[in-house]
Design a binder for this molecule. Structure first.
Ligand code: OAD
Length: 224
């Protein structure tokens, strides 16, 4: 199962292709979520993630997230792979979530990528790693960066072996994540898409459940 930003839309977390709101309206995610942007304007990028961290911290899992918890309880072999960095699947109660693009709540050292538990004194923005003094960065995958190998391998293994693959709330535009549903289909899985709109994946899906995941997923679980 693969989820995208759409499953968190009903929790109030803007999707990537929605226009950014307020202060951030003049920026595009693709301009800020890159190593180059962080190198050139560390404070701007850090403040943008601060805004997004506040958004996700205020957000609550919605019925779509909760339906997937029920599905995993019913089918323990289910692998939940998400492109989202908001942590809402885990907060809803899903277990062993594969976070392909990392987690926005994580702080990493920008020099060596290790988790940072303590900032260096001095009040720098972005804060600095207490160990080496390099800037702290959010633990998310930026455009142009490789996905965490272990997460991608787990996701690909699940896609190759599953009997049913659900693609939920993703525009299917960003690879390698976007390739997972088709990888599952090539290995014989039944492919179901849940999205209010059509995506490049729609023509390949065996079933297309058109609507918001917060409505469709509870109905799907209810019908099983
Ligand atoms: P997008 O913003 O590209 O797509 C969101 C999808 O959710 C769209 O297809 C919408 O139609 C759909 N959607 C909107 N509301 C929905 C709802 N209530 N229920 C179900 N679906 C709904 O987000 P992603 O596909 O997740 O990558 O984007 C993939 C990646 O692109 C992100 O992980 C991020 C971004 O660049 C990185 O940051 C590396």
């Amino acid at each position: 199962m693969l989820t995208g930003a759409g499953i968190s839309a009903e929790s109030g977390v803007p999707t990537f292709r929605d226009a950014q709101t307020g202060l951030w309206a003049k920026y595009r995610a693709e301009e800020l979520a890159t190593p180059e942007a962080f190198h050139a304007q560390p404070r701007l990028v850090w403040d943008w993630y601060g805004w997004r961290r506040q958004l996700t911290a205020r957000a609550e899992p919605n019925p779509g997230h909760l339906a997937l918890v029920q599905l995993q309880a019913r089918y323990p072999e289910l692998t939940l792979v998400t492109q989202n960095v908001d942590g809402l699947h885990s907060r809803a109660g899903s277990r062993d979530v594969v976070e392909l693009h990392g987690n926005i709540a994580l702080d990493l050292c920008s020099r060596d990528g290790t988790p940072v538990s303590q900032y260096r004194d001095g009040g720098d923005i972005p804060p600095r790693c207490a160990e080496c003094g390099a800037y702290v960065r959010p633990g998310v995958v930026w455009f142009g960066e490789a996905l965490p190998r272990a997460a991608l391998e787990r996701a690909e293994a699940a896609a190759r072996s599953c009997e049913v693959a659900l693609s939920i709330g993703t525009s299917g535009l960003v690879h390698p994540a976007a390739g997972l549903p088709l990888l599952a289909k090539r290995h014989g899985a039944l492919l179901i898409e849940v999205n209010p709109s059509a995506t490049p994946l729609t023509p390949h899906a065996d079933f297309v459940l058109t609507g918001p995941s917060g409505v469709v997923l509870p109905a799907l679980v209810q019908a099983l």
